[in-house]
Each structure stands twice: as structure tokens, then as C-alpha cells.
Design a protein around this ligand. Structure first.
Ligand SMILES: Cc1ncc(COP(=O)(O)O)c(C=O)c1O
Length: 374
């Protein structure tokens, strides 16, 4: 498809055909396409200044206000945010921060985890086939099975950080079992390991709370966000206590730097996005919208719907069926997508602003295609 234009929940191709978007740029467009408040914030900032100096040297209001707003809505000790250019870069920053703060090197990650594609993030990616060609990666990384309580004992006083997705994304939208994250939290606290939660997908309202960890009674030491925070522009962020974050400032000095992270235009778009999500009914409506999707998507070829809020995966009996359905839906004007490591999953992550009517329209189309495939 050649994209010519996008607005709200729709993308239009060069023949002016409309596609209802059930993917939202892989969860990166929580307010849909070209939300008026985001566009207006971008235009206002465009007329003031763009890049003036590397992050932190001069005070730049959009980045400062964005960091303050995040701190206001996050529990203690998550009060200090470092803005980056992408999710994977925020993961790199979080891993470095944990190593620097603890003076330890061991990192524990989950099997089937996805945290990005740069060297550090790829080192904590939990699918060997995906990273074999790029070895050697960073050393002292070990894997535990997500949701396996016995494996929690592998977190020890040698561990610098445990990094987990709050809900595993690429693995198939796997939610943590009741009490699992709480137990990981307790173990990390007991052995002095830093808990990093990667909320690049689950954050910014997608699961019906501002951040996914709010469902599971587990506050991380470092929170990583990205994707939806930018409202359609590239961003990443890692947030920790000021005490922890401050240790990136010396020994070595400039322990983590970036030219464009915290860019005023991006930060202005992110600030507008976050303000809109916080000051509207978007988050509370997300769980109602989940219910509508679950009610509408009843079909013999859907064996299960996984996930939470508007981070849902419809599972079909085979990868072949999933492929056919995604491709046929696109032909019919509905955008769906795959998940990285679960070939039977159909990704359903629409803009959080999608209307109930649009949800019903998209689900009907999906059911029609499932009927054809059957
Ligand atoms: C959970 C998670 N972590 C990290 C990333 C990497 O983010 P980015 O593609 O912005 O580098 C992604 C992207 O899909 C993600 O879903």
C-alpha cells in the first residue's frame, strides 16, 4: 500500500481507498493519525525553535514539561526522565544505568522477550534464532521463563538488573500471572537488583491504565517507555529516581549522552499526547472498547483473545490462517498485523481514540474474512 494521507482511525492509499487502522503504527499512534492537538503543538513549536543544543545543556521547555508531567503521574520513586530518540535507545540507557548504579554486570531477561534491535537490547532479546547472526553480544545476560515462579530464584546478589516487558508483546501478548510481577519485585528488592519494566508497548494508556504495571501492584526501579508517548513521532524515555539517574552524571562524566534525545518538536508532540490522554476519557474507555472487541470477535477460527485493553491478539489455529486473514483484511480495507514470535496471532492494537462504531465496523469485516477463510 502506498500511503497518501492519514487521519483519525483511517489511512488512505494513493487511490483514495480508506483503510481502517487496527494497528496504530504498531501501538505508536494512541491518538490516531494527525490528532489536532498534536498537530497544533508541533506547529506552535515549529515556529519557536527546533534543535538548538544537545539535551540538558540549555533549558528547553517541551522536554522539561514532558518530564515533569510524567513524574506527576508516576508513583515514587519514578521522578526523573531521560528522553531518547527511540525505544531501543531507552532500553540501552536503562541497562547502563542499572549497571552503573549497582556496580554489577549480570542482566536477567525473559525468554521470548523483545526490547529492541541495538546491541544491548538485542542481548536481552529472548529468541536465540533472532540474534545468533549478531553474536557476540553483551556478556553476562541470562534468561528466565516469564511467569515461572521457580526461576525467580535465579535473581541473586550478582544481578544488576532484571528486565521484563510488563505484558510480553512479541511473544504473543502474554500477561503476567497473578502475583508474578509482585514476586519478581520482592526478589529484586531482597537482593538489591534493579527491576526494569519495558512499557514501550503497554504504556500511555494502552492497557486501560496510564502504565501497565499499575494493574499488577509492581512499581519498577526503572520504567522504559516509547512508541505511543510520541503521538506518532519517534521517542523513547527511561525514568528512575533522581538519586539513581544522577549517577550517570559522573564517573564517567557524561555517562549517557544523545544529540537529539529530548528534541523540542518531539517533546512538544509527546507533551500534547500525554496531556490529551490524561485529561480525557480515553484511558477509562479503553477497557470498554476491549469488551466490545471480545464480544464481536466470536468465531470458530479464533481460539483465544490474549492481552489487555487495546493491546489484543486474536489467536487462530495456524500461522497459515493468520497470514491469510491479515492479507485479506488489508485488501478489504482493514489493517491488522503480525506479532514477532507468535505466528498464530493477529495483532489488534487500534488507536485508543477509535470509536465504538469503528470497532464494530472493523470486527464485522474481520469476521467476514474469517468466514471466507473457513
Ligand atoms: C516492548 C518493546 N521494547 C522495545 C521496543 C523497541 O522500540 P523501538 O522500535 O522504538 O526502538 C519495542 C518495539 O516494538 C517494544 O515493543
Amino acid at each position: 500500500m502506498q500511503v497518501s494521507y492519514a487521519e483519525g482511525s483511517y489511512i488512505y492509499d494513493d487511490n483514495k481507498k480508506a483503510y481502517l487502522d487496527f494497528v496504530a503504527g504498531v501501538s505508536a499512534c494512541p491518538l490516531g493519525h494527525r490528532h489536532p492537538k498534536v498537530i497544533s503543538a508541533i506547529k506552535t513549536q515549529l515556529d519557536k525553535y527546533l534543535h538548538v543544543m544537545v539535551y540538558g545543556e540549555y533549558i528547553q521547555e517541551p522536554a522539561v514539561e514532558l518530564s515533569k508531567l510524567l513524574a506527576q503521574y508516576l508513583p515514587k520513586p519514578l521522578e526523573s526522565t531521560y528522553l531518547t530518540n527511540s525505544g531501543t535507545e531507552a532500553v540501552e540507557g536503562a541497562l547502563k544505568l542499572a549497571k552503573r548504579f549497582t556496580g554489577r554486570s549480570e542482566i536477567i531477561a525473559a525468554k521470548k522477550a523483545y526490547h529492541g534491535n541495538t546491541m544491548g537490547s538485542m542481548s536481552v532479546l529472548g529468541v536465540e534464532k533472532q540474534k545468533q547472526a549478531f553474536r557476540p553480544l553483551i556478556p553476562d545476560v541470562h534468561f528466565i521463563a516469564f511467569n515461572n515462579e521457580a526461576d525467580i530464584q535465579k535473581i541473586t546478589t550478582k544481578t544488576a538488573a532484571v528486565i521484563l516487558e510488563t505484558i510480553q508483546g512479541g511473544a504473543g501478548f502474554i500477561e503476567p500471572k497473578e502475583g508474578y510481577l509482585e514476586k519478581v519485585r520482592q526478589r529484586c528488592t531482597a537482593v538489591g537488583a534493579i527491576l526494569i519494566l519495558d512499557e514501550i508497548q503497554t504504556g500511555i494508556g494502552r492497557t486501560g491504565t496510564l502504565f501497565g504495571f499499575e494493574h499488577y501492584n509492581c512499581t519498577p526501579d526503572i520504567l522504559v517507555s516509547g512508541k505511543g508517548l510520541g503521538g506518532g513521532l519517534p521517542i523513547g524515555a527511561f525514568t528512575a529516581s533522581k538519586k539513581m539517574m544522577d549517577c550517570l552524571m559522573d564517573n564517567p562524566k557524561l555517562g549517557h549522552i544523545t544529540t537529539f534525545g529530548g528534541h523540542p518538536l518531539i517533546a512538544a508532540a509527546a507533551l500534547a499526547t500525554l496531556n490529551e490522554i490524561i485529561n480525557s476519557n480515553i484511558i477509562s474507555e479503553t477497557l470498554e472498547k476491549e469488551m466490545i472487541i471480545r464480544e464481536q470477535l466470536q468465531h470458530p477460527l479464533i481460539t483465544e483473545i490474549r492481552g489487555k485493553g487495546l493491546m489484543l491478539a486474536a489467536i487462530t489455529p495456524s500461522a497459515e490462517i493468520t497470514n491469510q486473514v491479515i492479507l485479506k483484511c488489508q485488501e478489504a480495507g482493514l489493517i491488522l498485523f503480525w506479532l514477532l514470535f507468535e505466528p498464530c496471532a493477529i495483532r489488534i492494537t487500534p488507536p485508543l481514540t477509535i470509536t465504538n462504531k469503528e470497532i464494530i465496523e472493523g470486527c464485522k469485516l474481520l469476521i467476514d474474512v474469517l468466514d471466507q477463510v473457513q
